[in-house]
Design a protein around this ligand. Structure first.
Ligand code: FES
Ligand SMILES: [Fe+2]
Length: 403
């Protein structure tokens, strides 16, 4: 249990380092898990892989998303790229090789790959007599975009089959012109409402399946128990709440409302502007929870994502931006403490989940978790059948719980 505690890190510590440490400490678990069995991940979504600041110069950085090992870097032109961390020749991680401008060179036999397309550009061992068409060899690569200080990687489902470019392969004759990626939506971006604002990034790993991480994130009933503190709220402040929810594409929204009167930050916001505070909280597949608080000209916007690393490990990335007169240095320790409370709880929960207990989801406090599972199942079903996705909510609904 202790080993997870040391893995808490924030923006200053590279994520990939922590992921790698986890990978080493849990290598036995990793060996036991068959990579091809369904791990309950949602493919064809953007996931944050590393912080933008981590990839600079000639550095190659590793990350794992959905049990896919990745190597990331930045070309001299400044473009971030993500490739499968595996040379298509003998499978050695490309991250042991080197980045040379626009090209990644494998450390084993020196095959060179264009970093942005994954296309092989040189095989040093070939002689002029060799007929092998180097340009038809690809190493796996993934679409990559930078937003809000993260490098997002689009985890395409076609990457799961051997024939795909993301696994590394030799392209068919008619290609590679036909290798155009399917229509990919833009990577998520944090909503901001003024030109100047402060921004904070925090991150922590949870020894849990992504589903547990997500339902933990949207769980309204743990607040008074897990997050008790003088600055946030007291357990004695527990009271009945009624919140309205509405369906949105791929998710649900806690309709704009006046936030809970028992939370100090919201009281502060109202005090600063003298106007009422409105909060809107959305959850959208695969893994995004966003919250926007506005009061007069002041605003606070945050996003938490829970990203599957492996089936037994996920990572919360929290980013918040605001134009309140609140220095990052003041807010950071509070946010960090909050996240650490969640992390500790998930570490404790993982202890119990080892023994496959039966679990319960109750109304209404766990209704959002039920929606999450239904959204996920319905999305997969619609992808399987090609029929439009059925939303688990038929319209607005009021949920009541005590917290
Ligand atoms: S293993 Fe990469 S070049 Fe041979
Ligand atoms: Fe929490």
């Amino acid at each position: 249990m202790l080993r997870y505690k040391t893995l808490y890190y924030d923006a200053t510590k590279p994520m990939s380092e922590a992921v790698r440490t986890m990978f080493q400490t849990n290598s036995e678990t990793a060996r036991e898990t068959a990579p091809e069995s369904d791990a309950g991940f949602l493919w064809d979504f953007w996931y944050p892989a590393v912080r933008s600041a981590e990839i600079r110069g000639q550095k190659l950085v590793t990350a794992m998303l959905l049990e896919v090992p990745l190597v990331l870097g930045r070309t001299t032109a400044g473009k971030a790229f993500a490739m499968r961390d595996s040379c298509p020749h003998r499978g050695i991680p490309l991250s042991y090789g080197r980045l040379d401008g626009e090209v990644v060179e494998c450390c084993y036999h020196g095959w060179r790959f264009d970093a942005c397309s994954g296309r092989c550009v040189e095989i040093p061992s070939l002689t002029s007599r060799d007929k092998l068409k180097v340009e038809r060899i690809f190493t796996g690569h993934y679409p990559c975009e930078e937003r809000d200080g993260y490098v997002w990687v689009y985890m395409s489902s076609s990457s799961r089959t051997e024939s795909d470019t993301s696994r590394g392969r030799i392209a068919a004759d008619s290609e590679p012109g036909s290798r155009s990626p399917e229509a990919i939506p833009a990577a998520p971006a944090l909503a901001v409402f003024s030109e100047k604002y402060r921004i904070l990034h925090l991150s922590c790993e949870l020894p849990s399946h992504v589903d547990q991480g997500i339902i933990g994130l949207m769980d309204p009933a743990h607040g008074p128990f897990v997050h008790q503190s003088w600055f946030w709220r007291k357990r004695a402040s527990i009271h009945e709440k009624a919140k309205q929810f509405e369906p949105i594409p791929n998710g649900f929204r806690m309709s704009p409302h006046q936030p809970s009167a028992n939370s100090a930050p919201y009281r502060l916001l109202a005090k600063l502007t003298g106007e009422s505070v409105t909060t809107t909280i959305d959850f959208v597949l695969a893994n995004l929870r966003t919250e926007i608080d506005r009061s007069g000209k002041l605003w606070f916007s945050s996003r938490a994502t829970v990203t599957p690393v492996r089936r037994d490990l996920c990572r919360i990335d929290f980013v918040a931006a605001w134009n309140l007169p609140l220095p990052v240095a003041i807010f950071r320790p509070f946010a960090k403490k909050f996240l650490r409370q969640d992390q500790l709880t998930m570490i404790q929960q993982a202890e119990g989940l080892k023994y496959n207990p039966h679990l319960m989801l109750i109304d209404d406090a766990d209704r959002q978790a039920k929606w999450y599972f239904a959204l996920k199942a319905n999305l997969l079903e619609s992808r399987r059948t090609g029929a439009p996705m059925v939303h688990p909510m038929s319209g607005p609904v009021t949920l009541r719980w005590r917290s």
